[in-house]
Design a protein. Structure first.
Length: 320
């Protein structure tokens, strides 16, 4: 079943997370913790894709070795977090952005990167994610008065679980137009000729993890810088994973015009000046390495009501 952002499954998933957050909020409101509070915020910053497409010199590697800065895009989002105390917080965030990869940007110099350059594939995909994460502020143990955070820097760790929706597109080598890749089943997914290759879902689970540092500008306003990496469980964010298929499979499973498009999008090696053309069974991607992505963002946070926060502040009170 095709799952998109408007499906009932996705909505149930989002409402379940919201329910967890507000249950935590209700629990916190029943406690007498003077530093407990709600915080809303917005985020903005660059994001980048780490997968099969693009890369740098030599053999393709997972993580940041093949990071392509020139394909950086911006991600923006909003969040709501509950801080039962100054040590940790529970955050619900929603982010939206774009991921891109392109073999054409590889600066080939006769090494193993030539194979990816010849592959000549590209993709872009908008994504929307919902993240449920915990923030941990370890340095609060070292503070004389941890309830007073005014003008303090606090580093933190962050990790959790999330879900994201994507939809890869690639450029048609004949027209230059962007076309959706998932319906074309470019690696034979769901075809009888390739029974082991299942169609991938456009909604997937991810594991966000990262670090940040927060600066408290006032009792009710703070600014953070954070880097969050997302581990995923799919190798098809860029629609590339394993080997090239026999193009006859497209014609056996699709109308003629769609099959012709799928054949072009599945193998673009014949549209380069290298003279090398890949064939069925040749390596197209590396299935043992799942795709991932990361973002580096600025987060502006606003405390929603004080609820007694900073009641023990060390700043001098105003005299009357």
């Amino acid at each position: 079943m095709k799952l998109d952002l408007h499906s009932s499954v996705w909505k149930c998933y989002a409402f379940a997370i919201l329910g967890m957050i507000f249950s935590l909020v209700s629990f916190g409101q029943q406690s007498n913790e003077s530093s407990s509070h709600l915080e809303a915020g917005i985020t903005l910053g660059p994001s980048n894709f780490l997968g099969d497409l693009g890369g740098n010199l030599g053999k393709g590697k997972p993580f940041i070795k093949d990071n392509n800065i020139q394909k950086t895009k911006f991600t923006y989002g909003a969040l709501l977090s509950y801080h039962p105390n100054e040590l940790y917080a529970i955050r619900l965030g929603v982010n939206h952005g774009t991921l891109e990869g392109d073999d054409a940007i590889i600066k080939a110099k006769g090494g193993l990167e030539e194979a990816r350059k010849t592959r000549n594939s590209d993709f872009r995909s908008k994504f929307t994610e919902v993240l449920l994460m915990a923030e941990f502020y370890p340095t609060t143990f070292l503070e004389y008065d941890f309830t007073d955070s005014y003008k303090k820097f606090r580093p933190y760790l962050i990790a959790g679980i999330g879900g994201f929706h994507f939809n890869p597109m690639g450029t048609d080598p004949l027209t230059g137009q962007w076309v959706e890749l998932h319906p074309l089943r470019t690696e034979g997914q769901g075809m009888a000729e390739y029974p082991a290759r299942k169609e991938y879902k456009l909604t997937q689970v991810n594991i966000p993890m990262g670090v940040g540092v927060k600066y408290f500008m006032s009792d009710n306003l703070n600014l953070s810088f954070e880097i969050i990496h997302r581990k995923t469980f799919t190798d098809y964010i860029d629609d590339v994973s394993t080997t090239y298929v026999d193009p006859t499979a497209f014609y056996n499973n699709m109308p003629l015009q769609q099959a012709q498009l799928a054949e072009r999008m599945a193998n673009k090696s014949g549209y380069t000046e290298s003279g090398t053309v890949y064939h069925a069974g040749d390596k197209r991607g590396t299935p043992k390495n799942n795709d991932s992505y990361y973002s580096a963002g600025i987060k502006l946070g606003f405390v929603l009501g004080n609820s007694g926060r900073f009641r023990n502040s060390t700043r001098c009170p105003i005299s009357f």
